[in-house]
Design a protein around this ligand. Structure first.
Ligand SMILES: Nc1ncnc2c1ncn2[C@@H]1O[C@H](COP(=O)(O)OP(=O)(O)OP(=O)(O)O)[C@@H](O)[C@H]1O
Ligand SMILES: [Mg+2]
Length: 368
């Protein structure tokens, strides 16, 4: 995958910027708070996913303006070039004739919601916030897995949404259980829906993670030069849909007491062990960083394996956090892919063959 041309308008602090990244490395440098991450974020949106920074879509629009526009051209590894256009409606967008949130066009055809872009532009983003993959709560790890699956398998998002909808309905019921007549039958209906969609989520998560984890442990091995071992494992809430239904039913008294649904894919986690110990509780800063990096590199490899397209690598401010050996390892591993990275330190890249752009106050200019 090669991003050929990228332009944004009224996107966060960027009034207007456009550039053509090189086929390999492009560095976006600049001081703090100038818009480097914003630019990378706008590229990430071409994948159809939400911002990796979290927050609402409306926050992506330049303050005080009704909408933002992102326009790009990208070439797939199959040699197919596509034109992307995203329009993001913010406050007051209706008066400007723009829908709220992210809408997309592909080669001039309206796709409706930007999530429908999934399966066209493949990218992997690695930002300092991804350290929370190891250090943070199970929710962040579930989000990582679900986002990867949404990108790889366009059908996953529908299953995921079915599950989340049934879960919200069941939780609303459980919160106020005494008020409902025929409570047991209603709960039966939601349990069946949860087991159907949940069983499918477990199946997809298991298939994906089995192969992702094998690649990630291997990557960690090379990263640490074999000095320590890192293992990742998935803890599914049930073996399959039928098993999940039984477990959900068995948990009903507990659900009624807790006032929420206590069993299912929304409670699952991924375990990470380094040298046999829980990485979240005992891993050093560097070990946690290496584990997160291994997962991200494995994600990229997995995309290439499944889709036949090398993803564009978006590295936000991560090199500054790595020591020399790991930096070299990372840059070596991403050869053969287009890489866009941000850094506060342009000097560190003067002897690299890539292009260097500077971001200052939302304005972009080429310096090398
Ligand atoms: N919707 C918005 N409208 C206008 N400005 C915004 C909006 N959202 C964010 N900003 C501004 O964008 C600025 C640049 O943010 P960005 O995170 O891209 O900086 P950066 O160059 O990556 O900095 P750092 O090196 O510190 O990571 C911030 O100062 C922020 O206030
Ligand atoms: Mg930044």
């Amino acid at each position: 995958m090669i991003l050929k041309e990228h332009a944004v308008r009224d996107y966060r602090n960027i009034e207007a910027a456009s550039f053509r990244p090189g086929p390999q490395l492009t560095v976006i440098c600049g001081k703090n708070g100038q818009g480097k991450t914003n630019l990378l974020e706008s590229i990430w949106l071409l994948s159809g996913a939400k911002s990796f920074r979290g927050g609402k879509d409306a926050q992506l629009v330049r303050r005080g303006l009704p909408f933002a526009v992102v326009e790009s051209r990208a070439l797939s590894d199959g040699g197919e070039e596509k034109a992307y256009r995203l329009v993001i409606g913010g406050e007051g967008c209706a008066e400007a004739g723009v829908r709220p949130g992210r809408s997309a066009q592909l080669d001039g055809v309206d796709l409706g919601r930007a999530t429908n872009l999934a399966g066209n532009f493949y990218a992997v983003v690695f930002a300092p916030t991804h350290l929370s993959l190891v250090k943070g709560s199970p929710e962040g790890r579930r989000r990582f897995v679900d986002a990867a699956l949404c990108q790889l398998y366009p059908g996953y998002i529908a299953v995921y949404r079915r599950y989340i909808r049934a879960l919200a309905q069941k939780n609303a019921l459980l919160r106020d259980a005494r008020r409902f007549e025929g409570l047991e039958e209603l709960l039966d209906t939601f349990d069946a829906a949860l087991a159907e969609a949940g069983g499918e989520m477990i199946r997809r998560r298991r298939d994906y993670l089995e192969s992702l984890f094998a690649i990630a442990s291997e990557t960690y091995d090379s990263l640490s030069a074999g000095s320590e071992n890192c293992s990742f494992f998935y803890e599914p809430s049930a073996a399959d849909g039928g098993d999940l239904l039984q477990r959900i039913r068995a948990a009903r008294p507990a659900d009624l007491r807790a006032g929420c649904c206590t069993v299912g894919p929304h409670r699952e986690d991924v375990g990470i062990r380094i040298g046999g110990e829980d990485a979240r509780a005992f891993g050093s800063q560097g070990q946690q960083r290496s584990a997160a990096l291994s997962l991200k590199l494995a994600e990229a490899r997995q995309i290439a394996l499944v889709t036949g397209s090398e993803p564009v690598m978006l590295l936000d401010d991560v090199l500054s956090e790595l020591d020399g050996a790991r930096r070299e390892f990372l840059l070596g591993r991403i050869e053969g892919r287009q890489v866009l990275l941000t850094s506060c330190d342009a000097a560190a890249f003067h002897d690299t063959p890539g292009a260097i752009w500077e971001m200052e106050g939302g304005r972009l200019r080429q310096v090398q």
